[in-house]
Write a protein of this length. Structure first.
Length: 153
């Protein structure tokens, strides 16, 4: 089996490792490492170097998933070791975590998005109803981005 990181474009892993660190790179590539179905229910929380070989801490969406996913612990550790290119932890611990959200790079907060207004040049003329369709599109876009801002608060 070829390590996932070997499938990345040449140099991308080194850039990711340098800029984000190995743990964050692993967190971002989690779906590729463990597979989409498993990644939909799990998320890498952290790698604990405790002097006893290390522990991979993985959050599970809810308690019902904990037991079935825990039975896949060795497979997950093997996938992580294959990705990393060497063993990184001897144990895996599953914790019930909050609803899973897509990972964001360490230390970065989502930028505040201004309410979007469509520039007229960005909206192509559409047949005879160009003005009314542009207005409908712009109104819809403003509502969409206003909801995004509300959700971010």
């Amino acid at each position: 089996m070829q390590a996932v990181r070997q499938l990345l474009p040449q140099g991308l892993w080194k850039v990711m490792e340098k800029e984000l660190g190995r743990e964050e790179a692993l967190r971002l590539l989690w779906p590729a490492v463990v597979g989409r179905p498993l990644a939909a229910q799990t998320r890498l929380q952290r790698i604990v170097n405790d002097g006893r070989g290390g522990t991979l801490v993985v959050s599970v969406a809810d308690g019902e998933w904990r037991r079935p996913i825990a039975s896949l612990g060795k497979m997950i550790l093997d996938a992580v070791h294959s990705f990393w290119g060497r063993p990184v932890a001897e144990r895996i611990e599953f914790v019930v975590g909050p609803p899973l959200l897509p990972p964001s790079p360490a230390g970065l907060k989502p930028a505040a998005r201004p309410v979007w207004s469509a520039p007229a040049a960005a909206l192509p003329a559409i047949a005879d109803n160009a003005e009314s369709l542009e207005e409908v599109f712009a109104r819809s876009a403003r509502k969409y981005f206003a909801r995004q801002e509300e959700a971010a608060k």
